[in-house]
Design a protein around this ligand. Structure first.
Ligand SMILES: NC(=O)c1ccc[n+]([C@@H]2O[C@H](COP(=O)([O-])OP(=O)(O)OC[C@H]3O[C@@H](n4cnc5c(N)ncnc54)[C@H](OP(=O)(O)O)[C@@H]3O)[C@@H](O)[C@H]2O)c1
Length: 284
């Protein structure tokens, strides 16, 4: 099976490389912007036509959520327009697409986990560009499977876990938002889920949700990081109103995982167990 992974220098791309490297049946081409800039329409079509892939896993994205508020054209070029280029080329050359989207497509006003067909209503430019990416993908390509995920961290790149570990060595106490609720998700577990889907005998395109099991606030998440890593820094809970950011975040962004579990039987670990695993890889 021949697979293209775009944006492979990012967190998820690196985790996918780690997981896929254990599977000798997979012939994987890893690209990032230097090898394949997904905003280059002709290059995307040429690369996909020449390589005869079975699957494209699109991990490339503009993920700087706050910067996107003022850099909206670039965010849209990568998260929306370029996804359309991939969709058109995939459809033309009969390649299946697995694309990653986000909990930020929702407004965060729900009182129960979001299901795949709940009405999206993004509150940020990033969320809007990702939602429009979902739309353009499914309008051009029938063979597209979208996985919405949330609160990703890993041993690769920069992320919340690494930032908190760094702050723990610089400060005696930190303030962390306690009224935004979601599910911290280890990108390595998402990479395993992508592998499960590729290897499954069923291929059912559509939207799926994947996060780790359980829920937490950013405050809970930070407490757990420090507890597991044995850090003494005090964590103070604060409301979102005391930590203003350019982009609005959903207050509640827990995703229901029933569809991906029932369809693909993926195993979803509890967030604290995966956090322990990642911290031990980080030497904590
Ligand atoms: N991180 C999260 O908390 C989170 C939450 C929900 C959903 N997601 C989604 O999950 C997916 C993976 O996220 P991630 O955390 O792995 O992101 P990431 O670490 O930012 O990786 C994205 C990769 O795409 C590359 N890229 C940017 N523009 C490109 C282009 N024009 N052509 C090719 N590659 C390009 C980036 O390169 P540069 O670094 O040089 O720009 C980076 O290597 C994304 O779709 C994201 O929207 C992430």
């Amino acid at each position: 099976m021949k697979i293209l992974v775009t944006g492979s220098h990012g967190q998820l791309g690196n985790c996918i490389r780690k997981v896929f490297s254990g599977d000798a049946d997979l012939d994987v081409v890893y690209t990032d912007v230097e090898e394949l800039d997904i905003t280059d329409r002709e290059e995307v079509d040429h690369f996909i036509r020449e390589n005869k892939f079975d699957f494209i896993v699109n991990c490339a994205a503009y993920t700087a959520v706050d910067r996107a508020e003022t850099d909206d054209l670039k965010a849209a070029a990568i998260n929306t327009v370029a996804v359309g280029y991939i969709a058109q080329a995939a459809s033309r050359h009969r390649v299946k697409v697995i694309h990653i989207s986000t909990d930020y497509v929702f407004n965060g006003e729900s009182f129960r986990p979001y299901e795949e067909n709940d009405e999206p209503y993004p509150r940020s430019i990033y969320g809007r560009t990702k939602l429009e990416g979902e739309g353009i993908l499914t309008s051009f390509c029938q063979d597209a499977l979208i996985i919405r995920t949330a609160w990703l961290y890993s041993e690769f790149g920069s992320n919340f876990v690494k930032t908190m570990l760094r702050l723990s060595s610089e400060r005696d106490s930190i303030n962390v938002v306690a009224d935004q609720i979601g599910s911290p998700t280890y990108a390595g577990d998402l990479a395993e889920a992508v592998h499960d889907i590729i290897k499954h005998k069923k291929w059912l395109p559509g939207i799926y949700h994947f996060t780790n099991e359980g829920v937490a606030s950013w405050f809970d998440f930070t407490k757990a990081i420090f507890e597991i890593a044995g850090k003494k820094t005090k964590v103070n809970p604060i409301p979102t109103s005391q930590y203003p950011t350019p982009a609005k975040r959903p207050l509640y962004s827990v995703l229901s995982k029933m569809k991906i579990k029932n369809t693909y039987g993926v195993n979803i670990p509890y967030w604290r167990d995966s956090l322990k695993k990642c911290l031990s890889i980080l030497g904590e």
